[in-house]
Design a protein around this ligand. Structure first.
Ligand SMILES: [Zn+2]
Length: 464
C-alpha cells in the first residue's frame, strides 16, 4: 500500500518560467495549456515550503501535470543532512530531507534543435544521487547544479515526442551529461574531441547550470513522470533488453570508462574497492575488456561477493581483510603506523575506488605498489591521507561519467549494450518503488548492500 502520509505531503510547485529557469518562451505548440489553478510557488531557495505553496493532491492522468521528486534548496536542512545523513540512516528520509514530492507543470522545451519529452519507465538510485541528497557530495558541486532539480540520471523511458531521427515511442536510455550540444553552444575542447563528460560549458548556454541531467533545474530528471532530453543524450534500446537491464546501461558505461582509465596492462593485478553497482560493473568490465590477471574485489556483504565472483573477481575480501589479502598475493610488506590503518610496501599494480568514502580512497592509496595507478571512480567524500601518493609516487586519475566515444571512436553506450549481453544482469535490479514510496526507496538504497540488494530503482510505469 502507498503511504498516505506521502500523499498528504504533495506540494504544488509549478515550474513557471520565473521559477524554473531562464528558458525563453517556446512555440505555443510545444507547451500544453497549464493545468488548473496552480499557484506558481517554488523558488530557487525553497521558499515554497514556507507558505506560498498550495497543497493539493496529485491528479493522475492530468496530462499537463508531472509528478516529480524534487530536491530544493533549504540550507538548514541541507546542513542537517550533511552532518547527520551518513551517520543516521533514516534521517535522510525524515523531516531533514531536502526532497519533496511535487506536481509540476510540464517544462518548456529549451531553445534549439534536438530536444524532446521523455517518459521514464525505470530510474535508478545511484551513489551520486544519494551523495547529493545527503549532502555528502560537498560544496564543490554547488556551483555546478541549479535548484530545484529532479534527480535521476539512470533512466530507461519512452520518447513522447519525435527527436530528430528518433520517432515518438522509441525506447531509449540516457547519457546524462549535458554538454555543449545540449546547451546550444559551440563545442568546447572536450566536446569537440568526443569527451563530452569533460565539458567546460556545463553552466552556460540555454540551460541553467547542471553538470548532467538529474542536477539541472530545466531538464527534470528520471525521478518523475516526464523529463526533457536532448538527442545527444539518447541511445535507442535494442528489443532484446528488458527495462530492468536497460536501466543499468548508463552505470555500465561509467564502469567501462573507469576500466579504461585504469590503463591495465597484460598481467596486472587490479584491486577494486567496493562492490555496489559501480564496483561490480567495473569488475565485469575489467574481466571482459582488459588483460588483468588478478582482480581483487573488496566487498562488504555476501551477496556482493557472490556477484563479484560471477562477474570475474579472482579473489574477494572484506574491508578488514583487504590489506592482508593483497599483501599475500603480491608478497608486499604490511606496516602499521602509530595511528590509523595499515598500509603496504609493494601491492597491486592498480587500485580503483568505487565507493568514494574516505575509508575506501585511503584503502586504494595504501594498497598500490610504487609507481602504480589509482583511479577514483566514486564521488569523493571526506578527507584522505595523500602520504602514499607522494611516497609511492602513485599516479592518480579521476573517472567521471563516460565519454561519448572511447579511444577507438566507438560509442561507450554501444559497448555497454554489448557487455550487458554477455552476462546475466537480471538480478542486479533488486527492488522497484513507486514515487510515492520515495522514503522507503531511498532508505532501501542507502542500506542496499546490507539487505542483499544491488540496485534500487523508481518504477514510473504505474504513475502514467
Ligand atoms: Zn562542451
Amino acid at each position: 500500500m502507498e503511504d498516505p502520509a506521502d500523499d498528504a505531503a504533495l506540494d504544488v510547485a509549478a515550474m513557471s518560467s520565473d521559477a524554473a529557469a531562464p528558458v525563453p518562451a517556446p512555440a505555443a505548440s510545444q507547451v500544453p495549456a497549464p493545468a488548473a489553478p496552480h499557484t506558481p510557488a517554488a523558488t530557487g531557495d525553497g521558499s515554497a515550503r514556507s507558505g506560498t505553496a498550495r497543497r493539493i493532491p496529485a491528479r493522475p492522468g492530468d496530462a499537463s501535470a508531472v509528478l516529480a521528486l524534487q530536491m530544493y534548496r533549504s540550507l538548514p536542512k541541507y546542513v542537517a543532512a550533511r552532518t547527520m545523513g551518513r551517520r543516521m540512516p533514516g534521517i535522510l528520509t525524515g523531516p531533514a530531507a531536502p526532497l519533496r514530492l511535487v506536481t509540476e507543470e510540464r517544462r518548456r522545451l529549451p531553445e534549439g534543435a534536438g530536444w524532446a519529452r521523455l517518459a521514464p519507465r525505470l530510474a535508478g538510485i545511484s551513489g551520486s544521487d544519494l551523495a547529493a541528497v545527503t549532502g555528502s557530495a560537498g560544496l564543490y558541486f554547488t556551483a555546478l547544479v541549479s535548484l530545484p532539480f529532479v534527480p535521476g540520471h539512470e533512466v530507461v523511458g519512452d520518447l513522447t515526442t519525435d527527436c530528430e531521427d528518433l520517432p515518438a515511442g522509441t525506447r531509449v536510455v540516457l547519457d546524462s551529461v549535458l554538454g555543449c550540444a545540449a546547451r546550444g553552444v559551440d563545442p568546447c575542447r572536450g566536446c569537440a574531441a568526443g569527451a563530452n563528460h569533460r565539458c567546460d560549458h556545463v553552466t552556460v548556454g540555454h540551460l541553467s547550470p547542471g553538470l548532467q541531467t538529474g542536477f539541472c533545474a530545466d531538464t527534470g530528471g528520471g525521478w518523475s513522470t516526464e523529463m526533457l532530453a536532448h538527442r545527444s543524450q539518447l541511445h535507442p534500446v535494442p528489443d532484446r533488453f528488458d527495462d530492468s537491464v536497460a536501466v543499468l546501461i548508463e552505470p555500465l558505461a561509467r564502469a567501462i570508462h573507469a576500466a579504461h582509465r585504469a590503463q591495465v596492462r597484460s598481467g596486472d593485478h587490479v584491486v577494486v574497492s567496493g562492490a555496489g553497482t559501480l564496483g561490480l560493473f567495473i569488475t565485469l568490465a575489467l574481466r571482459q575488456l582488459s588483460a588483468a590477471s588478478t582482480i581483487t574485489v573488496i566487498a562488504k556483504h555476501p551477496r556482493q561477493a557472490e556477484l563479484a565472483s560471477a562477474f570475474g573477481a579472482t579473489d574477494i575480501f572484506g574491508p578488514d581483510d583487504a590489506f592482508r589479502g593483497v599483501r599475500r598475493s603480491t608478497k608486499a610488506f604490511q606496516l602499521k603506523p602509530d595511528h590509523g590503518r595499515h598500509y603496504l610496501l609493494g601491492g597491486a599494480d592498480i587500485a580503483i575506488d568505487a565507493v568514494g568514502s574516505a575509508g575506501s580512497v585511503n584503502t586504494v592509496l595504501r594498497s598500490t605498489k610504487p609507481g602504480g595507478r589509482v583511479v577514483l571512480a566514486g564521488l569523493p567524500a571526506g578527507s584522505v591521507d595523500l602520504s602514499p601518493l607522494w611516497f609511492r609516487e602513485l599516479e592518480l586519475a579521476g573517472s567521471y561519467a563516460s565519454p561519448a566515444e572511447g579511444d577507438d571512436g566507438s560509442s561507450l553506450f554501444d559497448l555497454a549494450f554489448e557487455l550487458a549481453a554477455t552476462v546475466d544482469l537480471s538480478t542486479v535490479l533488486g527492488a522497484r518503488y513507486s514515487l510515492r514510496r520515495w522514503r522507503q526507496a531511498l532508505d532501501h538504497a542507502q542500506t542496499a548492500g546490507k539487505s542483499g540488494t544491488v540496485k534500487v530503482a523508481f518504477d514510473l510505469t504505474g504513475e502514467r
